[in-house]
Design a protein around this ligand. Sequence first.
Ligand code: PGA
Length: 246
Amino acid sequence: MRARVFPGYEAMSAAAAGVIARRLGEDPSAVLMLPTGTTPLGMYRHLSTMHRAGEVSFERATFFNLDEYLGLRPDHRASYHVYMKEHFYGLIDADPARIFVPDGAAPDPEAECERYEAAIREAGGIDVCVLGIGRNGHIGFNEPGAPFDSRTRVVTLSESTRLVNAGDFEANRAPQRALTVGMATIFESKEVLLLASGTNKARAVAVAVEGDVSESVPASMLKRHPNAGLFLDEDAASDLGSGVAG
Ligand code: PGA
């Protein structure tokens, strides 16, 4: 896993947008897997700006999102459907027929997960998977302990994740469960790009990069990936080499 440290969040976000734009330049019908959260907002902003400037088109690309809360309708203001529409899909020339976000309100969530996994397979797999990282090392909603051979499935969120995300929900109560793309599905992506910004990610980053590869630290799986990059700002990189991971 190659780590690159950028002087700040903007530089990191611009570099991440550059990776996506370059890939689409080479292959306009690339298949992307995308995250939500605070971290990728800058990347989405850069890509939307590049699109408005005529520098990149998403018309032939296919998009899969990493996860969604179980029980949220696609029009719920805290849903990742709404997030993606507001911050990215609604701002570019994406073809709605090639945008996939797990349906948190599907009557049969297990069947929805199978449908989602099948759609990824039918698209030919993921070319570039962009990830954030949780303070506990999660990727997507694959919390510590997620099996490396897991597929898209219903998961229970850790209390720490629910606490971090509570502010998005009424009465500060995040859903207990979610649908997430699995660890094996992420691993099979041709390229993985993990973004981390801020001191509150420094420890998770150091443990993932410098600790053992272990299911207790989901992001550590990426060390086995042949083409995974870690884009960090200086704050997120601040525990590297400090021995915190040992
Ligand atoms: P964040 O979330 O970008 O909002 O910090 C990342 C994550 O939990 O995966």
